[in-house]
Design a protein around this ligand. Structure first.
Ligand code: NAD
Ligand code: FES
Length: 273
């Protein structure tokens, strides 16, 4: 059993949950995830590890209550336990000193962009972060992103805070201003990652995205997480979750993620496990 040490709201419907998982905390690297089950009969869900404290033996997850299991996870009280967590899974982010690296988090994707921004800073990059949300109340990890940035930007779609516009527009502005950008990491909703890939493609800027397909086992056995990258089938759970944005077939990913939408809705409405 894995004890929930703390569970704190970050924004509406989004929580930061710290869980006792010493072995995972010791091994975790940026870009990796865990598979967890909220109750013994529930579905297994993949969640990227937002950070870990090897000394305290804890990992942190940032969870948006979207489907049945994530809502259930967010409702668990501090001190209660999760029966089943496996990890760390996936290939860690490839980190090196690229020069100027931009880490872009869209909405909850910021939870994943943050640990990679930390690793990029540690490797000696000039780190620029762009942290986008629909509106001011949905901006998460502002302080944390700023603390590892040489330049930090917040964007909101409605202009209620920071730059008025999408993260893509801010990135385009930076490129247009003549800033030399060597590497871009973008994590967020699929349309955002697709749009970022199109912004950087004409300039040949190496761009990486973290994909979130449906996962079942998380270990390369079931094929549930297959994605098309450079016209080849890859398994996001073992070959990724990070891939070259210019080679990802985003339409295929969006179609596959829609497959179970009606079952998810039925399960949520019925209160199934
Ligand atoms: P959101 O819809 O509020 O979007 C966040 C930001 O992304 C926006 O503020 C905007 O700046 C940018 N954006 C969105 N659509 C865009 C477009 N068409 N063009 C350019 N920029 C765009 O995000 P949210 O509600 O927090 O995110 C929810 C989605 O993100 C879910 O579908 C979730 O599954 C996904 N997600 C993905 C990952 C991942 O690993 N890739 C991680 C967490 C969440
Ligand atoms: Fe089963 Fe990746 S989740 S192969």
């Amino acid at each position: 059993m894995y004890r929930i040490v703390s569970s704190k709201p970050l924004a509406e419907n989004i929580k930061k949950i710290e869980i006792e998982a010493p072995r995972i905390a010791k091994k975790q690297q940026a870009g990796q995830f865990v598979m967890l089950r909220v109750n013994p009969t529930g579905e297994r869900i993949p969640l990227t590890i937002a950070g870990s404290d090897a000394e305290a033996g804890t990992i942190s997850l940032i969870v948006q209550g979207m489907g049945k299991s994530t809502k259930e996870l967010n409702s668990l009280a501090e001190g209660s336990s999760i029966p089943d967590i496996v990890g760390p899974l996936g290939t860690p982010s490839h980190i090196e000193n690229f020069g100027t690296a931009v880490s872009i988090g869209g909405g909850v994707g910021t939870a994943i962009a943050y640990p990679t921004a930390v690793a990029l800073k540690k490797a000696g990059n000039h780190v620029i972060t762009i942290n986008g949300a629909r509106t001011k109340e949905l901006v998460i990890l502002e302080k944390e992103m700023k603390s590892v940035s040489d330049e930090a930007y917040i964007t909101t779609d409605d202009g209620s805070y920071g730059y008025h516009g999408f993260v893509t527009q801010k990135l385009q502005e930076l490129i247009d201003s003549g800033k030399k950008i060597d590497f871009v990491l973008a994590i967020g909703p699929i349309p955002m990652m697709k749009a970022i890939a199109e912004v950087t493609r004409p300039y040949g800027i190496h761009t990486v995205v973290s994909l979130n397909p449906i996962m079942v086992d998380g270990t390369g056995m079931c094929g549930g997480c297959r994605v098309t990258v450079n016209n080849e089938t890859k398994f996001a759970c073992v070959d990724g979750p990070e891939f070259d944005a210019h080679q990802v077939d985003f339409s295929n990913l969006a179609d596959r993620n829609r497959i179970y939408q009606s079952e998810e809705k039925t399960s949520s409405e019925a209160g199934d496990h």
